[in-house]
Design a protein around this ligand. Structure first.
Ligand SMILES: *Cc1c(COP(=O)(O)O)cnc(C)c1O
Length: 385
């Protein structure tokens, strides 16, 4: 079955829901058992108590597993809780975690500061290390955390080379797959052991709910299930419904996000104000060869490094935009611009942009309107000089 057909069919089970096309929202804490026999023999991972899942959340887990090429999926209340729960499920006291220098900032803070209280050490590394990461493994290294491409700086990581090195040292690889989703990249098939994603972004796609996903193959399912239960996680049935609904249109939305993102990236690349465009889908991007090998497409989120410009000029650019909202997140149907200040954040590698850095998330508006909006933004940028 091709992936668009999977997205249209997976997890539906109309026969179990009075023929309805979509699994309905089940609001449930208590699940009633007909007999003591059924109560005592209910299967651990079935519908037996609301926290452990209802038909709607199980349908979404089934769909996300199919998308990521996984055997087991767990849903968390946010993308960030997916990352933290996955790390806590797979690392323990005495372990060291290697973390790509380009990860999502809250992931960085969690690893750098919060893991200490569990006796877990973290070390950051150059996301472009590839097989050279082998030199960094120590006796205690048990987990490598990747985000490819980094969703602020857009470095593509060599997942197969990093996974080979990690496995050679008895360590596992966790990849944050938020940017590509399983539609454009399957880290589990490239050698990663665990994928996490913020479904808040492309899967939900409408900027109206938060949700995270953790996926593994069978070999690691028991550890994931145990960690998830121990941490007491569960998700809202309404948010799970919205996520499964979002998945039905994920393919068409991503193709449009990709097309518009590339159109904007190419237009920006030709602008005199722009020093560099950070988009692995562009042939001249340093990550393009790896992206081409490991991804089947690009989402609509990319970065731009300006040649220069004062804070007032950047404010003039951002404040007057008609279609690009100024805010965190990406992957919604509406376009966004998000300024980045990575020079204050990174530790393993220097980040010295030529000027201000902006991240754009191309939404589903007509790209001609988006380009006209950016053009007017640059006129304000110059007027504010
Ligand atoms: C947004 C994001 C997260 C966190 O997701 P939330 O749903 O906002 O908690 C994690 N990783 C990446 C790469 C993200 O972009």
């Amino acid at each position: 079955m091709k992936k668009d057909t999977t997205l249209a069919t997976v997890g539906r089970h109309p026969e179990a829901h009075s023929g309805t096309v979509n699994p309905p929202v089940y609001r449930a804490s208590t699940i009633l058992f007909p007999t003591l026999e059924a109560y005592e023999n209910s299967e651990r991972y079935s519908v037996r108590y609301g926290r452990h899942g209802t038909p709607g959340t199980l349908a979404l887990e089934e769909a996300v597993s199919a998308l990521e090429g996984a055997d087991c999926c767990r849903l968390t209340p946010s993308g960030h809780s997916a990352t933290t729960a996955a790390i806590l499920s797979f690392a323990e006291a005495g372990d060291e975690v290697l973390v790509a220098d380009c990860v999502y900032e809250p992931t960085r803070s969690f690893c750098a500061d919060y893991l200490k209280r569990f006796g877990i050490a973290a070390r950051f590394f150059d996301p472009l290390a590839g097989a050279r990461i082998g030199e960094l493994f120590g006796e205690r290294t048990r987990l490598v955390v990747l985000e490819s491409p980094g969703t602020r700086s857009f470095e593509v990581q060599d997942i197969p080379a990093i996974a080979a090195a990690a496995h050679g040292h008895g360590a596992l690889v966790l990849a944050d797959n938020t940017w590509a989703t399983g539609y454009f990249c399957r880290p589990l098939e490239l050698g990663a052991d665990i994928t996490v994603a913020s479904a808040t972004k492309y899967i939900l796609g409408h900027a109206d709910a938060l949700l995270g996903t953790i996926c593994v193959k069978d070999a690691h399912a028991a550890r994931l299930k145990r960690g998830y239960r121990m941490l007491g996680l569960s998700v809202s049935p309404d948010d799970a419904f919205l996520a499964l609904r979002g998945m039905r249109t994920l393919g068409v939305r991503l193709r449009r996000h990709e097309e518009s993102g590339l159109a904007l990236a190419r237009w920006l690349k030709a602008r005199p104000e722009v020093a560099r465009v950070l988009h692995p889908g562009l042939a001249e991007d340093p990550g393009h060869a790896l992206w081409k090998r490991d991804f089947s497409g690009a989402s609509g989120t990319f970065g731009v490094v300006l040649k220069g410009g004062t804070k007032a000029q950047v404010a003039a650019f951002c404040d007057g935009l008609a279609y690009f909202g100024l805010g965190f997140s990406f992957g919604g149907y509406e376009s966004l611009v998000t300024p980045s200040h990575l020079e204050k954040v990174r530790t393993a590698t220097a980040w010295r942009p030529e000027g201000p850095v902006l991240r754009f998330s191309a939404g589903l508006e007509d790209p001609e309107d988006l380009i006209a909006d950016l053009e007017a933004g640059f006129a304000r940028f110059h007027a504010a000089a």
